[in-house]
Design a protein around this ligand. Structure first.
Ligand code: MG
Length: 399
């Protein structure tokens, strides 16, 4: 029996995870669920799966649902410690971290320090302090199984070769990783992107995902985050990561080995495949997703990304090169910028400008960010981004 904790159960990853678990049937049990404020869906999930522990982060949501728990489910207080508690439960065999943004950082650290296996969809912590987190995994014998489709594709191509406590041993066998990107809704669009509305940016051509990641896909910031994530996770230098725009999203990423052989992971774009692989790993059990028809897929295209048109990708790669707290600042500044765009406070093209303005104000620190430095950088960048948003100085930024 695999006992599973899901953080972020009402989000896109959380609902797909529960769908997978329900279909897998006996042998997989939900031990804990957490959400932010989607109380209607959360209550439904709690009554269907009857976890031993439940938590909502929003205090109003807590008040609303506190008397509606099934017998046998304990509702924890609405605070980050409750997520950390669930992430480190002795009986948890797997922690699925599907929350969005820096809020997933502390629960991830708690899970690692409790030597847990974490199915990680929440990429921000791996961007903020991935090198340090991987060192902690090695130290505590914790494991990170990537859930995001592209890092999972790479992980699947490495099946049998990886020691998931470090992944260090495999990087020397890899000559290149092809990190694929659909290119988002504007890959083939001509003309200025400054007039793009949130509604247009939220229409992703291939993947159905949460709002933050869908906007990040439209700016290509998401691919920059994934590049940093896989460099940290698989211990790869930047030269070994080749970003490829592949609009059909059939190849979810590929690995070229030293002997010239390339292994690619393919399939219909459906998050339930990488989620199920992380849940059943190292087994492959029957799934419920549509199988790929090669004759229908027929034509696969590959293009280089246009860094001038999508400066967020360049900002991400530059932040990775600079190291220190820059990736953490990048991640948090983007969180604020995307929220501002969704609230129609800034234009689509100003997301990059705001992020750049915050990065320019950040102090250089040597080496890789420690856990504390990353958390401090998150606080600092949050304040700085709000300040720059208020005084509108980002408008003058030229990238
Ligand atoms: Mg992805």
């Amino acid at each position: 029996m695999k006992q599973i904790v899901i953080l972020g159960s009402t989000g896109s990853i959380g609902t797909s995870s529960l769908d997978v678990i329900a279909r897998l049937g006996p042998g997989y049990r939900v031990l804990g669920l957490s959400a932010n404020n989607n109380t209607d869906l959360f209550l439904k999930q709690v009554h269907q799966f009857e976890p031993r522990f439940a938590a909502v982060m929003n205090p109003d949501s807590y008040e609303k649902i506190k008397d509606q728990m099934p017998e046998g489910t304990r509702l924890l207080p609405p605070e980050i410690d409750s997520l950390c508690f669930m992430a480190s439960l002795p009986s948890a065999d797997l922690v699925i971290n599907g929350v969005v943004g820096a809020v997933g950082f502390q629960p991830l650290v708690a899970a690692i320090k409790a030597s847990k296996t974490v199915a990680l969809a929440n990429k921000e912590p791996m961007v903020m302090a991935g090198k340090t987190l991987m060192k902690e995994c090695e130290r505590w014998k914790a494991a990170i199984l990537p859930v995001d489709s592209e890092p999972s594709a790479i992980f699947q191509c490495l099946a049998g070769m990886a020691n998931e406590h470090t992944y260090n041993n495999i990087s020397r066998d890899i000559s290149k990783v092809f990190l694929t990107a659909s290119g988002g809704p504007f890959a083939k669009r001509r003309g200025a992107l400054s007039t793009v509305t949130p509604q247009e940016a939220l229409k992703h051509p291939r993947w159905k995902m949460g709002k933050k990641i869908t906007i990040d896909s439209a700016t290509l910031m998401n691919k920059g985050f994934e590049a940093i994530e896989i460099m940290n996770l698989f211990n790869l230098p930047e030269e070994k990561v080749q970003i490829v725009i592949h609009p059909q999203s059939i190849i979810h990423s590929a690995v070229e080995f030293n002997d010239g052989a390339i292994l690619a992971q393919m399939g219909e774009p459906d998050m339930r495949v990488p989620i199920q692989y992380a849940i059943t790993y190292p087994k492959r059990l029957p799934g419920s997703v549509k199988k790929l028809n090669l004759f229908e897929a027929a034509k696969l295209e590959f293009m280089e990304p246009d860094l001038n048109r999508f400066p967020c990708l360049e900002l991400a790669l530059a932040a990775a090169r600079q190291g220190g707290i820059f990736p953490a600042v990048l991640s948090t500044a983007d969180e604020i910028a995307v929220a501002a765009f969704l609230n129609e406070k800034i234009k689509f093209t100003e997301i990059a400008k705001l992020v750049y303005a915050v990065l320019k104000a950040a102090p250089q620190t040597p080496g890789h960010a420690t856990l504390n430095q990353a958390l401090e950088a998150d606080r600092w960048a949050r304040e700085k981004a709000e300040e720059i948003l208020q005084n509108k100085s980002f408008r003058k930024v030229i990238i």
